[in-house]
Write a protein that binds this ligand. Structure first.
Ligand SMILES: Cc1cc2nc3c(=O)[nH]c(=O)nc-3n(C[C@H](O)[C@H](O)[C@H](O)COP(=O)(O)OP(=O)(O)OC[C@H]3O[C@@H](n4cnc5c(N)ncnc54)[C@H](O)[C@@H]3O)c2cc1C
Length: 582
């Protein structure tokens, strides 16, 4: 087996991983960095982000307002020290991106343009047309290329962490081109592996978002935090789940039901003031809008499409010129995937799984409870997103906490030697043996069938609305699927680019992650943000103003504990958008 010795290993070359790598390279050029990614960096999901990144820049805005929107948007489950730090650092990071070449859209007077976004009570979302993630990732990727201390390992699939005497000392990865297992020995490791939307069947998330890093950390004894909070974005295209950015509503798009009625006014999000005075309605937070869709569906007021029920997103009144200037990709996607030109007709949309609020338990310095292991980006839970992330906070989060993870890893790597070579080899041999066993397993289970069953039970039992019964059922199905997974059979037993092997390993990760989502949701007998229990419709601050903490146990199910939320200055209150509260 090949052994690569580096100072800092970073798994994930999306926005968070690249930002962390650049920080390390800039702050301490003598540290060697291994940047490991299962796909070429530009194919990371960050590239798909459309709408933009939040950061206070307008004179009428303030850190306090961004803090308040984020904390109330997260239904008071955010750690307020983390949010404070985040809102202050975000504009600096976005400006730095500009200096590195990110082409932010501009107002006519040359200043950075900002657009409105859901749950943000003033315009603070920086954007590059509706291809913000694409431009940000390009900017980070090209910047990373100038540092000789960064060595890239593209198309390396990481399977597990090396842990020695309760410290993370590296990781194991498969070089996909050859099928060889490689051990990376590092003084510090940063996980920046993104979210896990693919545990659900209908998602905006790219096929690679399978929660691998979350599962790696979890199996190494690091808890996953707040996993029951899964965000549905209210406007995905029926059939494919392709995202129509919130920027479309930020620019003035309206949501109507089958009667052409702006139904959000019936769900405490009104009144329906004419644009642009309106700060709620269509610009209410995502959890509320997705839940309103569900109610409209129950009332039979949605629009039927060949791919299920939808509502209409209408941007016709913006006119062709503005649509082409601000929302070119929205037009392109609607024409290509639902055959509708939004200049002339409304776009059918429906809620779609979009973002994992929960993730690897970290503190505000991106440190996990396992010394030497750090995490940042969507795979981590700091937590600034609480029970419901506000749109455009994530692209800023990956920069702010990617950089912090880089700095924390530097400090750790400077203070600690490598783990022992012998222990690393022994652990890597065990990993190799597990993969061999998979190749030799003549079991009867098929990975696609298990995956479908997992997807179905997550949708039916752990969706927008949940009940004790639906969750109990999903938990039982998932426990059974994990048992059956031990009998999974590889169809392709070759070494070179074995995508079957990768998909089986991804499925294993997803089953672990899905289980933490369902079990944590079962334990939380209240409704908060994106977690809505039909049997417990009220928020219960007395018992549940706390993070859920899911720990790996050798038994069939994770152990679910809890930890207090950090509250510095905003006591839990009612979430009020437009005319009404909850
Ligand atoms: C369609 C879409 C639009 C969005 N729009 C916005 C928006 O406008 N504004 C906003 O704030 N947020 C938006 N988001 C959310 C935001 O884009 C993501 O949360 C964020 O980009 C995640 O960045 P990341 O660096 O954490 O992970 P990613 O960009 O997902 O990168 C993960 C990296 O980890 C690597 N990796 C994963 N597993 C392994 C493994 N086992 N071995 C090796 N490498 C591995 C991958 O190769 C990849 O390089 C959007 C999300 C989607 C899906």
């Amino acid at each position: 087996m090949d052994v690569i010795v580096t100072d800092i290993a970073i798994v994930g070359a999306g926005g968070a991983g690249l930002r962390a790598a650049i920080e390390v390279a800039e702050q301490n050029p003598s540290l060697k960095i291994a940047l490991i990614s299962k796909v070429f960096p530009m194919r990371s999901h960050t590239v798909a982000a459309e709408g933009g990144a939040a950061g206070v820049v307008k004179p009428n805005d303030s850190f306090d307002l961004h803090f308040d929107d984020t904390v109330s948007g997260g239904d008071w489950l955010c750690d307020q020290d983390a949010v404070d730090l985040f809102v202050r650092a975000a504009p600096e990071e976005l400006t730095r991106m500009e200096h590195w070449g990110c082409p932010w859209s501009r107002d006519a007077d040359g200043r950075v343009a900002v657009r409105a976004f859901g749950g943000m009570k003033t315009e603070r979302t920086w954007y590059a047309a509706d291809k913000s993630g694409f431009h940000m990732l390009h900017t980070l990727f090209q910047t990373s290329l100038k540092y000789p201390s960064i060595t890239r390992y593209d198309e390396f699939y990481s399977t597990e962490l090396l842990v020695e005497e309760k410290r993370c000392t590296g990781l194991v990865a498969i070089e996909l081109r050859s099928g060889k297992l490689v051990a990376f020995r590092a003084k510090a490791v940063i996980l920046a592996t993104g979210g896990a939307g693919r545990v659900f069947p209908f998602t905006t998330n790219g096929a690679i978002k399978t929660g691998d890093g979350m599962a790696m950390a979890y199996r190494a004894g690091v808890p996953l935090k707040d996993m029951e909070f899964v965000q549905y974005h209210p406007t995905g295209l029926p059939g494919t789940g392709i995202l129509i950015t919130e920027g479309a509503r930020g620019e003035g798009g309206l949501l109507t039901n089958r009667d052409g009625y702006r139904y959000l006014q019936d769900y405490g999000l009104g009144p329906p003031d004419p644009w642009p005075r309106n700060k709620a309605m269509e610009l209410g937070p995502r959890d509320r809008l997705s839940q309103a869709f569900w109610h409209e569906q129950q009332k039979g007021r949605t629009v039927e499409t060949p791919f299920g029920d939808a509502v209409n997103l209408d941007i016709r009144h913006l006119g062709e010129k503005k649509i082409d200037e601000r929302l070119p990709m929205v037009r392109e996607l609607a024409i290509s995937y639902v055959g509708i030109d939004p200049v002339h007709a409304p776009i059918p949309v429906r809620p779609v799984v979009h973002y994992t609020m929960g993730g690897i338990d970290t503190d505000i310095d991106a440190a996990t409870p396992l010394p030497g292991l750090f995490a940042a980006g969507e795979c981590a839970c700091v937590s600034i997103n609480g029970a419901n992330r506000l749109g455009s906070n994530s692209l800023a989060e990956i920069l702010v906490f990617g950089a912090r993870a880089g700095r924390s890893a530097i400090a750790f790597a400077q203070a600690n030697p490598h783990g022992s070579e012998r222990a690393a080899k022994a652990r890597a041999d065990e990993a190799q043996a597990k993969i061999r066993a998979l190749f030799l397993n003549d079991g009867t289970e098929s990975a696609p069938a298990l995956r479908r069953a997992m997807n179905e039970t997550m949708e039916s039992g752990v969706g927008i609305f949940r009940t004790e019964e639906s969750l109990q059922q999903s938990c039982a199905v998932l426990a059974d699927l994990r048992t059956r997974f031990a009998q999974v059979r590889l169809e392709d037993r070759s070494n070179v680019f074995n995508t079957d092997l990768v998909q089986v390993l991804e499925l294993g990760a997803m089953l672990d992650v899905a289980q933490t989502m369902a079990e944590a949701a079962l334990t939380r007998t209240e409704s908060r943000g994106s977690h809505q229990r039909l049997d417990y419709p009220k928020r219960d601050d007395e018992d549940f103003l706390a993070h859920s903490i899911a720990s790996y146990s050798s038994g069939e199910r994770p152990a679910i504990g809890s930890r207090n939320v950090v509250i510095t200055r905003s006591r839990p209150g009612e979430r009020i958008y437009g005319g009404g509260g909850s």
